[in-house]
Design a binder for this molecule. Structure first.
Ligand SMILES: [Zn+2]
Ligand SMILES: [Zn+2]
Length: 192
């Protein structure tokens, strides 16, 4: 098990992801248009998206994430009223991660918030890519990763079930025990 240092670009928000390992989480790249819209909304596309429009994320339960400084700078937006809660640093717009809701113990931690040079040693290489049809140009095979989207979805669902059964929604830096988000989300129109 390893610990990942987390932090926004300006350094105000710092945290840790604890007990990570290649087996425990899901390291993947999401090419969906919503992840792309989120990066563009924050004016962070160049630091967040790869050349093909993909966002590298590591999925883990919220209980493994602790925010140690400036948690009050956490900010949130949703691309629609029912969209994911997409978290970023209010101080410097660094994308932080995505959550579905308070009840689903899954965070898609975005690489921009992970301050590690040897990331793949700690969380393993990218397993696969999802929502490839939204890629802005054809993705080279070498970047795709070995797992298919169906395999990744099965893997995520399996882990999510375990995380749910073992109560890993708590503690949760993004939602209080009543399910209230740490920062009220701004709803932004998707096609900015
Ligand atoms: Zn910052
Ligand atoms: Zn996405």
């Amino acid at each position: 098990m390893s610990t990942l240092k987390l932090g926004c670009t300006c350094g105000q928000i710092q945290g840790l992801a604890n007990n990570v390992s290649p087996k425990k989480g899901n390291h993947l790249v999401c090419y969906c248009d919503d992840c792309q819209a989120f990066a563009h909304q924050l004016n962070q596309a160049s630091s967040t998206l790869n050349n093909y429009g993909g966002t590298e994320i590591y999925q883990l339960p919220p209980s493994q994430i602790s925010i140690r400084t400036s948690a009050d700078q956490l900010a949130c937006l949703r691309l629609t009223t029912k969209g994911l809660f997409r978290w970023y640093a209010g101080c410097c717009n660094t994308p932080i991660g995505n959550t579905v809701s308070a009840r689903i113990p899954l965070v898609g931690l975005i690489h921009t918030f992970i301050q590690e040079d040897q990331l793949d040693e700690k969380i393993g290489p990218v397993l696969g890519s999802v929502h490839k049809k939204f890629a802005v140009k054809p993705i080279p095979d070498t970047l795709l990763g070995p797992a298919s989207q169906a395999q990744l979805v099965r893997r995520v669902m399996g882990k999510l079930l375990i995380w749910k059964l073992t109560g890993q929604s708590r503690p949760n830096p993004f939602f209080d025990p009543q399910g209230i988000p740490a920062s009220p989300p701004t709803i932004v129109a998707k096609d900015h």
